[in-house]
Design a protein around this ligand. Structure first.
Ligand SMILES: [Zn+2]
Length: 284
C-alpha cells in the first residue's frame, strides 16, 4: 500500500490504506486498518494528522462500509501511529481508544484511553480479533490476530520490507525475539505491517525479522572479539560509515542488543554510562 492509493480489501473482514505520517525513513506513511463487516468495525492505528491523513482514514472507513465505528485500537503509541487519533474522534466519535496499559500515559494530549491487555477477544461484525502482546519495538506494543483471515495486523513488530527499529530506552531485543516467536506460533498467512508491503508469506516475514536481528546480534558480539569496546566503536563495527545524523538511532539499537547480551550474562558493562566500554564475559 502506498500514499494516495485507495483503500484495499486484504482478507476476510480486513481493509487497509496508507496514511501520510511523520515517520522514520525510508517510510512516509503509516498503514491504518479496519477490522469488521456488516456496517461495524474497529479502526487500527489512524496514522498521521492533517487533511490528507483525514481523507485517507475516511476513505478506509467508507470502503469497509463502516457506519458504526466501535472504537480505535492502537498497536503502540509512537507518534506516527497515533497523531490522527484526535481528529478521528472529532469526526467519527465519541468512541473509545484502546491501547496497551503501558501506553495510556503516552497518548496525544486530550485523548483518553482504555487499557487493552493480551488475549482479549474483540467482536467485529461476524468476525473477531484477538490481542497479542508483542513488546520489543516498543514496550506498549500489541498486534491483532484475525483467525478468520489468518491475518496478523502487526504494527511495527515487522516492516513489510527491511527491518523495524528496536532501540533503547523503550526497545528490547530479548522481548522482541520472544514477540516474533509468539506471532509465528499463530502461523499467520497474511502479515499486515505498519509500514511497507502487506505480505502474504506471513511466516517468512516473521522469520526474516528473526534472522536479521540475530545477524545484528552476531555483529555486536564480533565487535567485542578483540577486547572491550566503547559504544561508538561497536556502532562503527555494526553500522560502518553511517551518516552522523543517524549515530544516535544506531547506538540505541546497539544498546538494545547489549541489554539482551548482558541479561544473558554474555556481556559485561565495564564503564559508568551508556558509552561503555563493554566486554565479553569470561567464558562466554
Ligand atoms: Zn513504532
Amino acid at each position: 500500500m502506498n500514499p494516495g492509493e485507495g483503500a484495499r480489501r486484504l482478507g476476510e473482514g480486513l481493509w487497509g490504506i496508507s496514511v501520510p505520517s511523520d515517520t522514520l525513513a525510508p517510510w512516509t506513511s503509516t498503514h491504518a486498518y479496519v477490522v469488521g463487516d456488516a456496517g461495524v468495525g474497529w479502526l487500527i492505528d489512524p496514522g498521521g494528522a492533517g487533511t490528507e491523513a483525514d481523507a485517507a482514514v475516511d476513505a478506509l472507513l467508507q470502503a469497509a462500509g463502516v457506519r458504526d465505528l466501535k472504537g480505535v485500537l492502537l498497536t503502540h503509541t509512537h507518534r506516527d501511529h497515533v497523531a490522527g487519533v484526535a481528529s478521528v474522534l472529532r469526526r467519527h466519535g465519541p468512541v473509545a481508544v484502546w491501547a496497551h496499559p503501558a501506553g495510556l500515559a503516552r497518548l496525544p494530549s486530550g485523548v483518553g484511553g482504555r487499557p487493552l491487555g493480551p488475549d482479549r477477544r474483540l467482536v467485529a461484525g461476524p468476525h473477531f480479533l484477538v490481542t497479542v502482546e508483542t513488546p520489543g519495538h516498543a514496550s506498549d506494543h500489541l498486534a491483532f490476530w484475525l483467525p478468520d483471515a489468518r491475518a496478523l495486523v502487526a504494527g511495527d513488530l515487522v516492516a513489510g520490507r527491511g527491518s523495524t527499529w528496536v532501540g533503547t530506552p523503550d526497545g528490547d531485543v530479548g522481548d522482541y525475539l520472544a514477540s516474533l516467536a509468539r506471532a509465528a506460533a499463530l502461523d499467520p498467512v497474511l502479515v499486515a505491517p505498519g509500514h511497507g508491503p502487506v505480505r502474504s508469506d506471513g511466516r517468512r516475514v516473521l522469520d526474516e525479522a528473526r534472522v536479521h536481528r540475530l545477524e545484528r546480534e552476531r555483529a555486536v558480539w564480533d565487535g567485542l572479539a578483540a577486547g572491550p569496546a566503547s559504544l561508538a566503536r561497536l556502532r562503527e563495527h555494526v553500522y560502518p560509515g553511517l551518516d552522523p545524523a543517524a549515530h544516535d538511532l544506531a547506538e540505541r539499537s546497539v544498546l538494545a542488543h547489549l541489554r539482551k547480551l548482558m541479561r544473558e550474562t554474555r556481556v559485561m558493562h565495564l564503564g559508568t554510562d551508556a558509552e561503555g566500554p563493554f566486554a565479553r564475559a569470561p567464558g562466554a
